[in-house]
Design a protein around this ligand. Structure first.
Ligand code: PLP
Length: 434
C-alpha cells in the first residue's frame, strides 16, 4: 500500500510499513491477510522505528487522548480519526492487601476488568481491528470468539455503524451471550468448542469478504494488545516492572505485551531492562503450560474442559511464540485447577475490591502458585494483568460465595440476624483453629 506523507506532523505519517512473516520474513502489502503464502507462518505488522524515534516523545504521548489512541503512532492505522470509545488507560492499582497476603513487596494490578466499553482487554484489540477494517473498506465485521471478543466486536461495530456477525461456542456463560445480543448483531452459537468455531470461521472468511478481527485482520487486531505494555510502562513513571503475569489463550496478548515493552526501549522512551514474563492457564486447557513443563518447543492441541472459558483455546495460534517469550525472559508458564481459579477470583475480590472473571482468577491463582514456589521474588516489582470482569461469569462462583440474610423490616429481626451471623463466624473460626 502506498501512503503519501502529507506533512511533517506525525499524525499524518503512517509509521507502519508492511506485513512481515514471523517465520521467513517475507513481506506483504498492508491488506487483510494473515498467513504467509510461502511458509504458512503468521504475518505481523512492521514499523519504521527510525521515524518513531525521531517524532515520538513522552510529552507527545501525554498530549494525546486518554485512551489507547495516545499510542497511535505505534498502531497499524493511517486515519487521524480512529474509533475511540475511551478504550484503554485503565487503572494500574498498587496492591496493598493482596501483596501482603502473598508476601510481595511491590505488586500492581492492571485492571482491564473496567476497560471500555465492554469490560475486558478485548476492547483494545477490537478498537484497532475495526478502525483498520474501515480503512480497508469492510462494511461487515465478524469474529470467532470465546465470549469477550464477541462483546467487544458487537459493541464497537454498533458505535461505528458497521454490520456485525459473530460466532461463539453454544455453551458460553449467560452474561457473555446477553452482553453480545444487546447490541443486535447476528449471533451464531456453534455446537462445538472454540477451536471448531474458529475452523468454521476460517472457511467463512475465505468466501464472504467480511473482516474477521481475529482471522484476516489478525495482524492488525493483535497489535492492540501492545497498549497493555505501553500503559504499564507509562503508569510506572516510564519504567518497566521486573516481572509480569498474564493469562494465555492463543498466547497473542502475552507476546504483544513483550513487543510493546521492546518497542518503547527501541525508540528510547524508556531504559532497557529485563522483564520476566510468566503465563497463566487453566489445567483443563493448558497446552502451552504442558509444553513449557516438558521442555518442548511445539504445542500439542488439547480438548478444553474448564470454567475458564474465555481462555479455553485448545490449539493456540501464538503458543510457540509465548513459550519463547517465557523462556528467553526467565519466566514460567503454570496452570491451576478450576477450584484454585474460584479461590483466585475470591482472593482478588476480598483483598482489592476487584471482581474479575475466570481468566483473572487464573492469573491470580498462578501468581500465588509462583510466589509459593519461589519463582517470583518478593523484591520484584510485579504486575498482574486482570483482563476481564466477573459480572460476566457469575455461574463460576455460584455456590462458592455467601448468601444475603433475609430479614423482616424490623429492628429486632435485624439484631437477631446479626447475632446469628456473628455466632456462625465464631463457629467458623473455631473450626479453623481445631
Ligand atoms: C481473550 C482473552 C485473553 C487472552 O487472549 P489471547 O490474546 O488469545 O491469549 C485473556 N483474558 C481474557 C478475559 C480474554 O477474553
Amino acid at each position: 500500500m502506498t501512503q503519501v506523507i502529507q506533512s511533517p506532523n506525525l499524525t499524518t505519517i503512517p509509521t507502519f510499513k508492511a506485513l512481515k512473516c514471523k517465520e521467513c520474513s517475507a513481506e506483504y502489502e498492508l491488506q487483510a491477510i494473515h498467513v504467509c503464502e510461502f511458509c504458512f507462518g503468521p504475518l505481523e505488522v512492521s514499523y519504521d522505528y527510525d521515524a518513531l524515534r525521531r517524532h515520538v516523545t513522552r510529552e507527545s504521548i501525554q498530549a494525546g487522548p486518554n485512551s489507547i489512541w495516545r499510542y497511535k503512532s505505534f498502531l497499524p492505522v493511517a486515519t487521524d480519526n480512529p474509533i475511540d470509545v475511551g478504550t484503554g488507560m485503565t487503572p494500574l492499582v498498587r496492591s496493598n492487601r493482596l501483596a501482603r497476603r502473598l508476601g510481595l513487596k511491590k505488586l500492581y494490578i492492571k485492571n482491564d476488568a473496567v476497560n471500555m466499553p465492554t469490560l475486558s482487554f478485548k476492547d483494545r484489540v477490537v478498537s484497532v481491528a475495526l478502525t483498520r477494517a474501515r480503512e480497508l473498506g469492510f462494511t461487515t465485521v465478524s469474529c470467532a470468539s470465546t465470549g469477550n471478543l464477541a462483546n467487544s466486536t458487537a459493541a464497537i461495530a454498533a458505535y461505528a455503524g458497521l454490520d456485525c456477525c459473530v460466532f461463539i461456542p453454544a455453551d458460553l456463560e449467560a452474561g457473555k451471550v446477553l452482553g453480545t445480543l444487546i447490541y443486535s448483531p447476528t449471533v451464531m452459537a456453534v455446537q462445538g468448542n472454540y477451536d471448531q468455531v474458529n475452523r468454521l470461521c476460517c472457511e467463512v472468511a475465505n468466501t464472504y469478504g467480511w473482516g474477521f478481527v481475529n482471522i484476516n485482520l489478525r495482524p492488525y487486531y493483535s497489535e492492540g494488545s501492545k497498549t497493555l505494555g505501553y500503559e504499564v510502562a507509562e503508569q510506572l513513571g516510564w519504567q518497566l516492572p521486573d516481572h509480569i503475569v498474564a493469562p494465555l489463550a492463543s498466547g497473542s496478548l502475552f507476546t504483544k505485551i513483550y513487543k510493546g515493552f521492546q518497542e518503547f526501549i527501541k525508540v528510547g522512551l524508556i531504559a532497557d531492562k529485563k522483564v520476566r514474563f510468566s503465563g497463566a492457564q487453566a489445567d483443563g486447557c493448558s497446552p502451552i503450560a504442558q509444553a513449557f513443563r516438558e521442555g518442548r518447543d511445539f504445542v500439542k492441541p488439547v480438548k478444553p474442559s474448564t470454567i475458564a472459558k474465555s481462555i479455553a483455546i485448545g490449539n493456540p495460534a501464538d503458543g510457540i511464540y509465548a513459550l519463547d517469550v517465557a523462556r528467553k525472559t526467565g519466566g514460567n508458564i503454570e496452570s491451576v485447577s478450576d477450584a484454585e481459579i474460584i479461590e483466585g477470583i475470591k482472593l482478588l475480590a476480598e483483598t482489592e475490591g476487584i471482581f474479575t472473571e475466570t481468566a483473572g482468577g487464573t492469573t491470580i491463582a498462578v501468581l500465588k502458585k509462583l510466589v509459593e514456589a519461589g519463582k517470583i521474588d518478593p523484591e520484584e516489582t510485579t504486575v498482574a494483568y486482570i483482563t476481564g470482569n466477573g459480572l460476566k461469569t457469575q455461574e463460576a462462583v455460584q455456590g462458592y460465595i455467601g448468601e444475603p440474610l433475609t430479614i423482616e423490616a424490623k429492628l429486632d429481626s435485624f439484631e437477631r440476624a446479626l447475632e446469628r451471623s456473628r455466632t456462625l463466624e465464631r463457629l467458623d473460626w473455631q473450626q479453623v483453629l481445631v
